[in-house]
Design a protein around this ligand. Structure first.
Ligand SMILES: *Cc1c(COP(=O)(O)O)cnc(C)c1O
Length: 350
């Protein structure tokens, strides 16, 4: 058990999984020297999944390469998905479907940010059939997705539903692939990072763990969750092990290999915290890199705190996986800035 494979071997296993070509890969791995300086220490590189090409990018483009790959492989002509109204996953799904000539049905939980902005705006623009529904994320929303698929099937379409756990396992395959890119890019840059941080509660972290372990790298993946899910370690572990099976890797991931912190959620999922606003501003003002208000700013707030607390030391190298989500910024304008009566800008949280 726990066989190490070469990068070429891992790439070959990944190539055997059905895929569609929808993104710009490899995504860049860039150094952020001004950010390192501001934090007084570690070398920081960003893996720019926000530059994955399709529809303003994001980590779901890489994941959908395999989920929609499976859908097309099974002969589907329609994709059904559903999540929060500002879901990045759904926006990237709508765009991928448009690009591939597939129909797309989104059932979105109204929640608190269902204004016609950010991701929701883009869902409509990409021509998805969008319905805003009342139930929150969870079994009720899943039931609505499956009921929609049944109706579409009755109408003669061939729907494919994107849903956990299958989509989480394929997402882990996608991020094992991302590790092969990082492995090659590190060789080119002559670096060997100690840590890789990502905002994740699922397939992204699972793939980082699986890929790093399969290649025998020293990279330690740390996930920072934006949502309090008690079963997240189990979700990540299961997704990693399911992906190992899909890729025919003789590997087993245990719970104690899953490091995922919920210390930076703040009040709740999708609600900004002062730490995440600080992280947003810092990345924008030192590197011109925009994080997002829901995932990456909270994950980066975790990275900053881990530097301050000495978990990441100043002589180490850390990769931050920028998972995208930036269109959601436009739905959060009022959380960032306001103007006073004379029209002068007020920086909230200052
Ligand atoms: C979906 C998403 C994540 C989390 O990805 P998982 O694979 O579910 O862990 C992180 N960041 C952004 C911007 C996302 O849209």
């Amino acid at each position: 058990m726990n066989d190490i494979v070469t990068r070429e071997e891992l790439c070959r296993s990944i190539e055997l999984v059905p895929q569609v070509d929808i993104g710009h890969f490899p995504t860049p791995l860039e150094e952020c020297p001004r950010l390192s300086e501001a934090l007084g220490g570690p070398r920081i590189f960003m893996k720019r999944e926000d530059c994955s090409g399709l529809a303003f990018g994001g980590n779901k483009v890489r994941q959908l390469t395999f989920t929609i790959g499976e859908a097309v492989h099974r002969g589907a002509d329609t994709i059904v998905h559903g999540a929060a109204s500002q879901s990045n996953h759904c926006r990237q799904t709508a765009a991928a479907a448009a690009r591939l000539g597939l129909k797309c049905y989104l059932r979105l939980s109204r929640g608190q940010k269902s204004t016609l902005q950010g991701n929701l705006l883009l869902d409509y623009l990409a021509g998805a059939d969008v319905e805003l529904v009342d139930p929150p994320l969870g079994p009720e929303l899943d039931a609505i997705k499956y009921a929609t698929a049944e109706q579409l099937e009755a109408a003669g379409l061939k729907p494919y539903v994107i849903a956990h756990p299958r989509s989480t396992a394929l997402a882990a395959v996608a991020f094992a692939w991302c590790v092969t890119e990082i492995h090659a890019q590190q060789q080119e840059l002559g670096i060997e990072a100690d840590w890789i941080y990502a905002g994740s509660t699922g397939g992204t972290q699972a793939g980082l763990i699986l890929g790093s372990k399969a290649l025998g790298t020293k990279l330690k993946p740390v996930g920072i969750t934006p949502i309090r899910w008690d079963d997240r370690v189990e979700r990540i572990r299961n997704a990693a092990n399911d992906a190992a099976k899909i890729l025919n890797l003789n590997l087993q991931i245990a719970d104690d290999e899953v490091e995922n912190s919920d210390d930076y959620v703040g009040e709740a999922y999708g609600v900004v915290s002062s730490e995440c606003i600080d992280a947003l501003k810092l990345a924008a003002r030192t590197e011109g890199i925009f994080l997002d208000p829901v995932y990456t700013s909270k994950a980066f707030a975790g990275l900053i705190d881990h530097v301050r607390k000495g978990k990441i030391t100043s002589d180490e190298t850390v990769i931050f996986l920028h998972t995208g989500g930036t269109p959601a910024l436009f739905a959060y304008n009022e959380e960032l800035f306001a103007t006073d009566k004379r029209g002068s800008l007020i920086e909230l949280w200052d």
